[in-house]
Structures are given as structure tokens and as C-alpha cells.
Design a protein around this ligand. Structure first.
Ligand code: NDP
Length: 452
């Protein structure tokens, strides 16, 4: 049977765009892609990129205070959200154009509309008609999950933050994951009074325990009113904001409430059930190590598969899919030892096993240090850096590295190369320090602080 295309990609985010570009541009496949919103997906339009720009924007208040401590005559005014927002919008428009140009150069046909799956080789386009393809790739990402009570009371999600007309004076952030913690720090840095409720014992569940405690403490010191073991009992819109009652009996009215309570895969109404693509409990597309679904012609990559929900992972999955199917280079995306950074203030970089997971698995040595970094200590800031290596007592391999420090995201990228290569503690030790930088502590950790 002759198909209209070799590949039809549904979703123009990180994973879908990479797969389309590699399949068409490098392997000569005939490719079409449909995107119902803006090209670039969550990362570019309402995630990593605008978030990181907000992190930069929010960090200047502290930087200006430090500058004064260093002798600069700095006069600080308030942060003007409207100035920042206009620049942010322009930057996102520019990036969207870059994404479109990349697809265009690769020869990908773009449909600016919603697409759904009609049968294993047919896609229906919302702007009319159907298209056939030998392979279909689902790369529709995810969307914020908001409990009904909060949705009814008009709570915002991370999607809405980038579109605010003005900064609220006070905000309640609900959740203790990546998004909740990052926005608590960003808005705090921009001068908003931030309260954060997390229902569990400590924020950033799943990360290294000591790192979580360290970040929570510094977030509080920096001004975030963080309450753990606390959830929302009731909320409603009132004049001047949203009234919220919490499980510890507190009642308050906030200008805005943001729910960052996880994300769910975008599979609703895509027609996947009907063609018997298997979905998991959260609606995620179930795939094998080749990103293939239960229907052999349909594949899925990125957050919609709910494996590791990070942009670089989606990109690797999309690339591996294109190489496997169109480049005669069978490639599995590697999900081992994926480093990541949480852009809280202080920043957190992490790769490999947490102390908790490692000690349940095998005998380990823990090397750790905490100190006041030179730059902020000189400015009189109480910030402390934490660095930690988890080492296998038998093989000596470094199993995990956790850094809470300014620039931790940059540091962990490089530590991840060594750890991915199987570096031992002794490899770290024989690496001569770069002086004076914070990261030199990683190669000068002499004695374990504990064994387990
Ligand atoms: P997470 O799953 O990380 O966190 C969700 C948080 O909301 C948890 O603290 C969870 O609590 C809490 N929660 C869930 N349901 C409820 C509820 N009904 N009421 C109250 N609290 C609730 O999701 P995020 O939205 O923060 O992030 C989604 C994904 O996006 C992440 O997994 C990450 O992969 C990615 N991401 C990556 C970033 C980065 O790399 N820097 C930045 C932002 C996002 P509990 O722990 O008790 O379940």
C-alpha cells in the first residue's frame, strides 16, 4: 500500500520535532507533523525555557544586594513584570520561529491543527481530511493535573504563570515537586510573598534526603513560607483573591493560588484506545524499549509515555526512534544515570542513586561536605553549599552525586560524564582540583562521613 508519508508525528514538542527532523533531514523520510498549539511544546513555550528566564530575572534582587556588599553603589527599584513579560513573549516567538525553520529545512510538512489517530496508518486532521503514514509517532506530551476543587476555585497552573498580566502580591503554591519548588523560589525572588503547602514530610520526594532538607531550609531562609505536612482543605474565590483553609486550620486570602500537583499525559481523545494502543493507569502510552506501542506501526516518545519526563530524554527517545526506523541504526534511548537540575534557589543538580536507595541496595560509603561559598559569604549571605558522593563500598564506583549550590546544574552535567563512564571514588581523588572554585570540593572529599 502506498502511504502519503513515511512518518506522521503528532505533537511539535522536543521529542516530536527531533524525531521529525532526523527522520526527514538525515534519513530522507517523507514526514509530516501536526501541532495544535505553538511549535516547541512544553519546554520552549511553557516550561524549561521561560522558567529559566524567570529564574534569571528573579536572581537579580539578591545579586544587587551582594553587589552593594562588594562596594558597588547600586540603587534598586521594584521588579517590573510587564517589561520582562514583553521581552519573554518576544523571545518565545523567536524560538518558535527557529523550531519552524528547522522543520522546514528538513523538509517536514507542518499542519497547524489537532490530529487524531483513525487507524494504525491513518491520521485525521482537525482542519479537514485524513492522511496516511507507514508509521505514526505520538509525541503529545503532558499537561498540568489540577484537583477539581482547585480548578473550580480558579487556581492557576504553571501554564498560566507566564501569561500573568501583573505579578500578584501574595501567592499560595500547592505541591512539593520540581515545578512547585521552582516557582516558589522564582516568585519569592521577584518580590511576591510566597506561601507553599506540601502534603508530605519533605519537598522534592524521590531526591536525596539530605539535599531535600538542605534546599527546604535555604528556601525558608530566603523568605519562602514553606509548610510541609500541610494540604488544602477548602478554597473559594472571594473579593480580592482566593480564600484557602489548610489542614492545619490556617485560613488566609491570597492574590493568587498556583497548583503544581503533577502532570498527566495528553492522550485524551486521540483515538488511541480505539486502535488498541495500550494505555497505563494515568493514560500514558505504554511502549517497549524501542518506543513501540502495542500497535506495531504506532510509536510514542516523551512525556506522553511517562518514563523520565525531561526534555533531553524526550529528544533522545525521538532521535533513537528515527535512527531505528528510518536510519537502519537500531538505537534504544538510554534511561540510565540521567542527570537533572532543579532550578530552585539554591539550585540542585543530581545524578545517580540517592543515599536512601543505594544503602538499601548494597554497602556504601557517603562522602559529603557543606560550606559557605566564598562569593556569598563575603557579601554576608548565610547561603551554604552541599556536595555529596555516594560510593559503592565494594566496586568503589561513584553511584550518585548530589549538589546544592549556585550553578549546580552546570556542575552536575560534567560530574555525570565521569559517573556515566564508571568513575570510582579514586578517579575523583586523582583528579587535581581547580582552585578556587566550589566544585573542587568534589575531588577533595577525603573521609566518608558514614558507611551503611
Ligand atoms: P511532580 O510529580 O514532581 O510533583 C507533584 C507534586 O504535587 C508532589 O509534591 C505531589 O505530592 C503533589 N501532589 C500531587 N497531587 C496532589 C494533590 N491532589 N494535592 C496536593 N498535592 C498533590 O510534578 P511537577 O508538576 O512538579 O513536575 C512534573 C514533571 O515535570 C516532573 O516529574 C519533572 O520530570 C518535570 N519537570 C522538570 C524540571 C526540571 O528538570 N528542572 C522542571 C519542572 C518540571 P506527593 O509527593 O505527595 O505525591
Amino acid at each position: 500500500m502506498a502511504f502519503d508519508y513515511d512518518l506522521f508525528v503528532i505533537g511539535g514538542g522536543s521529542g516530536g520535532v527531533r524525531a521529525a527532523r532526523i527522520a526527514a533531514g538525515e534519513h530522507g523520510a517523507r514526514v509530516a507533523l501536526a501541532e495544535e498549539y505553538r511549535m516547541g511544546g512544553t519546554c520552549v513555550i511553557r516550561g524549561c525555557v521561560p522558567k529559566k528566564l524567570m529564574v534569571f530575572a528573579s536572581s537579580y534582587a539578591a545579586a544587587m544586594e551582594d553587589a552593594r556588599a562588594y562596594g558597588w553603589d547600586v540603587k534598586t527599584g521594584p521588579f517590573d513584570w510587564t517589561v520582562f513579560r514583553a521581552k519573554l513573549d518576544a523571545e518565545l516567538d523567536r524560538l518558535e520561529r527557529v523550531y519552524r525553520a528547522g522543520l522546514d529545512r528538513a523538509g517536514v510538512t507542518v499542519h497547524d491543527c489537532r490530529a487524531t489517530v483513525e487507524d494504525p496508518h491513518t491520521v485525521r486532521l482537525a482542519d479537514g481530511g485524513t492522511v496516511t503514514a507507514k508509521h505514526i509517532l505520538i509525541a503529545t506530551g503532558g499537561r498540568p493535573f489540577v484537583p477539581e476543587m482547585a480548578a473550580t476555585a480558579g487556581a492557576m497552573t504553571s501554564n498560566d504563570i507566564f501569561k500573568m498580566d501583573a505579578l500578584p502580591k501574595s501567592v499560595l503554591i500547592v505541591g512539593g515537586g520540581f515545578i512547585a519548588c521552582e516557582f516558589a523560589c522564582i516568585l519569592n525572588g521577584m518580590g511576591v510573598h510566597v506561601t507553599q503547602y506540601y502534603r508530605g514530610e519533605q519537598i522534592l520526594r524521590g531526591f536525596d534526603g539530605e539535599a531535600r532538607g538542605h534546599i527546604a531550609e535555604l528556601m525558608r531562609e530566603n523568605g519562602v513560607n514553606l509548610h510541609v505536612g500541610t494540604d488544602v482543605l477548602g478554597m473559594k474565590r472571594v473579593e480580592g483573591g482566593t480564600w484557602v483553609k489548610s489542614t492545619d486550620g490556617r485560613e488566609a486570602v491570597y492574590d493568587a493560588v498556583v497548583y503544581a500537583t503533577g502532570r498527566v499525559p495528553n492522550t485524551e481523545g486521540l483515538g488511541l484506545d480505539e486502535v488498541e494502543v495500550k494505555l497505563g493507569r494515568q493514560g500514558e502510552v505504554v511502549v517497549d524499549e524501542w518506543s513501540q506501542t502495542a500497535v506495531p506501526s504506532i510509536f510514542a516518545v516523551g512525556d506522553v509515555t511517562d518514563r523520565i519526563n525531561l526534555t533531553p530524554v524526550a529528544i533522545r527517545e525521538g532521535h533513537a526512534f528515527a535512527d531505528t526506523i528510518f536510519g537502519a541504526k537500531p538505537t534504544r534511548a538510554d534511561h540510565e544515570l540521567v542527570a537533572s537540575a532543579v532550578f530552585t534557589q539554591p539550585e540542585f543538580g543530581t545524578v545517580g542513586m540517592t543515599e536512601e536507595a543505594a544503602r538499601d541496595d548494597r554497602p556504601i560509603e557517603v562522602y559529603a561536605t557543606s560550606f559557605r561559598p566564598m562569593q556569598s559569604a563575603f557579601a554576608g549571605r548565610p547561603d551554604r553549599v552541599m556536595m555529596k558522593l555516594i560510593v559503592c563500598a565494594e566496586t568503589r564506583r561513584v553511584l550518585g552525586c548530589h549538589i546544592v549550590a549556585p550553578g549546580a546544574g552546570e556542575m552536575i552535567q560534567l560530574a555525570a560524564v565521569a559517573i556515566k563512564m564508571g568513575a570510582t571514588k579514586e578517579d575523583f581523588d586523582r583528579t587535581v582540583a581547580v582552585h578556587p572554585v566550589m566544585a573542587e570540593e568534589l575531588v577533595t572529599l577525603r573521609k566518608p562521613v558514614r558507611t551503611a
